[in-house]
Design a protein around this ligand. Structure first.
Ligand code: PLP
Length: 399
């Protein structure tokens, strides 16, 4: 029988087709307007069709699209300088995606020990519930069987321990350990926060055992928590960090950031990418930083986050049979549902609000960082109607 689509069946897509976007709104082909608190899974950090990003992309598109990494790309230099000026990092490698940023981070950590004469130190400790991407190495790093199954042997050198369990991390460290890899906030895992203490203890363990601390800030970075990077809340600095999603605002762009010492093994010829750091991506990345680093931008993220927190807390109090817990930080929020989260998600969509599923029966709200307090309240009102509908339905079912 002929397939109904020539596409791989790998995605379970909702039956929606969008034609254009304006700020926090997505407009479907039939003209229906949806409040987009999914933001391309934390990608459209500045919403849709942000004028500064559109202008930057158009201007670059008229000049030069691609030259390869055989030549200097000035946009790479400027974006890397700006990123290193505002972070722990001294060096940057640009990629096209989050998984590629993670691949670079893992390779950087392994080469660090290799260059020091310890090729046996290539093991990376990671955490249960983690998600680091879909490449052969990053599915092994995430360790989730549902992503690993059927793709041959799990790539060697990745060991998962329970998230937040510092004793388990300590037990897992041995002479072959190269690094610890952690998301400061697990996104796909269900908006699970690493505590400040846990982050500090991981840093201390890395220092004690000569390991590199790799942070995956692909989802929680670039202003999402109200700081430029989520780890800043815990006052620690990583050795290596993977970034993507929000840094490109919708253009495929990722980056691996590292200290001078951590990046020491990554000499000429050890790594590369055809498209990584392409002039179009660099123009957009620089434009995103123009906005995110502007005075007051992150403060506004924190203010709007407060509106969400208060509104969500009150929804939880009013609908305890629908909402079990509110999670998250800044504009990376999770609603742990009491009912099946897929049902809640569908009801939310009836209210023309978009959210994202996650592990542990959690719905993620990842609104664009430009969301205003009024738009946040509009979203909360839609959530309230959805919670009411679910409540009424489950009440009827129980009766
Ligand atoms: C924390 C985290 N790391 C890595 C990735 C992989 O990024 P990409 O899909 O761009 O490869 C994701 C994507 O959802 C993510 O959330």
């Amino acid at each position: 029988m002929a397939a109904t689509t020539p596409l791989y069946d790998t995605y379970l897509r909702a039956p929606l087709r969008f034609e254009r976007g304006e700020g926090v709104w997505l407009i479907a082909e039939d003209g229906t307007r949806y409040l987009d608190f999914a933001a391309g899974v934390a990608v459209n950090s500045l919403g849709h069709a942000h004028p500064h990003l559109v202008e930057a992309l158009k201007a670059q598109a008229e000049k030069l699209w691609h030259v390869s990494n055989l030549y200097d790309v000035p946009g790479q230099e400027s974006l890397a300088r700006r990123l290193t000026a505002v972070t722990f990092a001294d060096r940057v490698f640009f990629t096209n995606s989050g998984a590629e940023a993670l691949e670079c981070a893992i390779k950087t950590a392994r080469r660090y020990h290799f260059a020091k004469g310890h090729p046996e130190r290539f093991h990376v400790i990671t955490f249960e519930g983690a998600f680091h991407g879909r490449t052969i190495a990053t599915i092994a790093a995430g360790g989730q069987q549902k992503y690993i199954e059927g793709f041959g042997p799990k790539a060697p050198g990745f060991y998962q321990v329970p998230f937040g369990d510092i004793a388990a991390v300590k037990t897992a460290i041995n002479d072959e350990t190269a690094a610890i890899l952690v998301e400061p906030i697990q996104g796909e895992g269900g908006i699970r926060l690493a505590s400040k203490e846990f982050m500090q203890e991981l840093r201390a363990l890395c220092d004690e055992f000569g390991l590199l601390l790799i942070l995956d800030e692909v989802q929680c970075g670039v202003g999402r928590t109200g700081k430029l990077f989520a780890h800043e809340w815990s006052g620690i600095k990583p050795d290596i960090m993977a970034v993507a999603k929000g840094i490109g605002g919708g253009f495929p762009l990722g980056a691996c950031l590292a200290t001078e010492a951590a990046a020491a093994g990554m000499v000429a010829g050890t790594h590369g990418s055809t498209y990584g750091g392409n002039p179009l991506a660099m123009a957009v990345g620089n434009a995103v930083l123009d906005v995110v680093l502007a005075d007051g931008f992150l403060e506004n993220v924190r203010d709007v986050a407060l509106v969400f927190r208060q509104g969500l807390a009150s929804l939880k109090d009013r609908f305890p049979d629908v909402i079990e817990e509110i999670r998250g930080d800044g504009l990376m929020l999770g609603i742990k549902a009491k009912v099946p989260s897929a049902d809640f998600l569908k009801t939310i969509r009836v209210e023309k609000l978009l959210a994202v599923p996650a592990g542990e029966n959690v719905l993620r709200l990842l609104p664009p960082l430009i969301t205003t307090a009024a738009e946040a309240r509009e979203g909360l009102a839609r959530l309230e109607r959805a919670a009411e509908a679910v409540h009424a339905k489950s009440g009827t079912a129980a009766a």
